[in-house]
Design a protein around this ligand. Structure first.
Ligand SMILES: [Zn+2]
Length: 345
């Protein structure tokens, strides 16, 4: 465990904020004021709110004004609560913050299983043969025929329902509405995307930043009928090796931009949410199953900070591990906690 790891975990915990950290510790009674919270001391199991957890100079610190009468940083607090070794506190802190430890020396059996799982995952996600692609000219004609999302009442409503600004998304050109052209491949089980109300069209780009695919998103609210996915790939043109990309990310893939930070979101709603946040110098990429490949990874600039915001579940963990694997030797890769994500389904 290197000193770097300690700082990265502390930074990761600090990003959760005092309230987020307290919640993650399982503390129920939280009085928040500004960037600090007052809670019953979790170290001595106090009943009254005598312990302060605060964000100071970019670091979380705590102070118990009662029985313990002492304080320290976030890792000391974690260690005090769990009554464990510093190393165990660091590991738990890393898990809480979604930070991957670089200097960790994991149990060899666990490492062997993790490696085998990753190899299996990679073998399933890297196409062994060239992925099927839609005819480029047909795809371009289709995309050109799609009106701006903000000009479609139904697609605008779908976006607003996810707290995504239709105007902003339209200006970034990261989603459009299905127009008059409905190609033969924009069908599912014999019905057109139009008939099925998959009216939000999201473009997908290859590792050179070229438009090579689309996905149709259902604008229906709530649960879809049996067997209907929320998003559809065209017949004969899946998303393997293709990503969603904001203009900065498209320029980066095309070799025309070197953004300092890259944010990787999972799924269409999260991608649209993050891409429309207006973050400076951030390239936002959206992935679905099979999107991420070594070719895509190779387009990210050396030394970039990569924030992985995949879902905190099994597949999300696997995507994050795989992305980490393809970038860790030349980028700073962080997995961020999900509390700020809005507009999720
Ligand atoms: Zn205390």
């Amino acid at each position: 465990m290197g000193g770097d790891d300690v700082q990265r975990v502390k930074d990761g915990l600090a990003r959760m904020g005092a309230a987020g950290f307290a919640r993650a510790l399982g503390i129920r009674k939280i009085q928040a004021s500004g960037t600090s919270v007052r809670v019953p001391c979790p170290v001595h199991n106090g009943k009254d709110p005598n312990c302060d957890i605060a964000l100071k100079d970019g670091e979380l610190v705590y102070m118990c004004h009662s029985t313990c009468g002492e304080g320290g940083d976030s890792l000391k607090l974690l260690q005090g609560i769990r009554n464990c070794s510093f190393k165990d506190a660091l590991t738990e802190g890393a898990n809480m913050a979604g930070v991957m430890l670089e200097g960790a020396s994991p149990n060899p059996e666990k490492a062997r299983i993790a490696k085998a799982e990753r190899a299996h995952f990679i073998s399933q996600n890297i196409p062994t043969e060239p992925p099927k692609r839609l005819p480029v000219s047909e795809l371009e004609t289709f995309w050109e025929s799609c009106p701006r999302a903000c000009d479609s009442t139904s697609v605008s409503g779908w976006l607003v329902g996810r707290r995504i600004e239709p105007e902003v998304a339209s200006d970034l050109d990261i989603v459009r509405a299905l127009g008059d052209v409905v190609p033969s491949w924009a069908h599912f089980k014999g019905s057109s995307w139009e008939a099925l109300r998959y009216l939000a069209i999201i473009p997908l780009y290859d590792s050179a930043g070229e438009l090579r695919g689309v996905r149709g998103a259902s604008i229906a609210r709530g649960v879809l009928p049996d067997g209907m996915p929320k998003r559809l790939a065209p017949m004969g043109g899946g998303p393997k090796g293709l990503v969603m990309a904001c203009p900065t990310a498209r320029a980066m893939l095309g070799g025309n931009a070197r953004p300092g930070r890259i944010l990787i979101a999972e799924g269409e709603p999260d991608f649209l949410t993050w891409a429309t946040k207006g973050l400076d110098d951030v390239a936002t990429i959206g992935i679905v199953a099979g999107s991420w490949t070594p070719d895509i990874a190779a387009r990210l600039p050396d030394g970039a900070e990569v924030l992985i915001r995949t879902d905190p579940d099994g597949p999300g963990d696997k995507y994050a591990e795989y992305i980490y694997e393809t970038l860790a030797d030349r980028c700073a890769v962080l997995r961020e906690d999900q509390t700020e994500v809005t507009g999720k389904q």
